[in-house]
Design a protein around this ligand. Structure first.
Ligand code: ADP
Length: 208
């Protein structure tokens, strides 16, 4: 596959709670051989570790509110600067606000805008809700209760979905159908990555 030869893939997977962005980001990262950076997982690890940052964000995460942009910036800075992430990464969980998108922009757009892609995973709201309720039976997340799930969906619609327009305008956005089984979605995600990067990779090899 052409994409595996590109050493600086920067891919953001964005989507509402329950869209499966964590699962798909993990699968894609393994497939492409680049690190998977999950903001939600990093925040939960800080909370479990009881770090000062973890203590600061604990209440917001439990209530389904967004964590302060400054704390997200701290977590992202550390994760994206690690040696492993230098040559590319799959990011899930950020940006969720216009401020976060602005902070990430230099990383996504600096030397080669063609090296970055934003994948938006889409699924109907009822499907999102039922997936999150199903997950609550197997995973122990304090924010997978019916009322917090509803709130997270509202927060997504009001604060995060609008930033998709920014990527759409720049031609960086690909929308992927997030319904069906995990493997079928993974295949669509991989097709989207191939379609976005293959022509560019050809140009690069041709010295363009
Ligand atoms: P989901 O997308 O299903 O809500 P995540 O694991 O991505 O799951 O996020 C869980 C919680 O962590 C969010 O509800 C929010 O409180 C916090 N969080 C994660 N990413 C961000 C972010 N980029 N900005 C602010 N808060 C965030």
């Amino acid at each position: 596959m052409s994409t595996s030869g590109n050493r600086s893939l920067k891919i953001v997977i964005i989507g509402p709670p329950g869209s499966g962005k964590g699962t798909q980001a993990r699968l894609l990262a393994a497939r492409l051989g680049v690190p998977h950076i999950s903001v939600g997982a990093l925040l939960r690890a800080e909370i479990v570790a009881g770090s000062p940052l973890g203590e600061r964000v604990d209440g917001a995460v439990a209530a389904g509110e967004l964590v302060a942009d400054a704390d997200i910036a701290t977590v992202l800075r550390e994760a994206l600067q690690s040696a492993a992430a230098r040559d590319g990464w799959i990011l899930d969980g950020a940006p969720r606000t216009e401020a976060q998108a602005a902070a990430l922009a230099p990383l996504l757009e600096s030397h080669d805008s063609h090296a970055a892609l934003v994948i938006a995973l889409e699924a109907p709201e009822e499907e999102l809700r039922s997936r999150l309720l199903d997950r609550a039976r197997v995973e122990d997340r304090v924010d997978d209760t019916p009322s917090v799930i509803s709130h997270r969906l509202v927060v997504w619609a009001e604060e995060s979905r609008p930033i998709l327009a920014r990527y759409e305008e720049r031609g960086m956005l690909v929308r992927v159908d997030g319904t069906g089984d995990v493997e079928a979605i993974a295949a669509r995600v991989l097709d989207a990555v191939d379609a976005a990067f293959a022509p560019r990779e050809r140009d690069r090899r041709a010295g363009a």
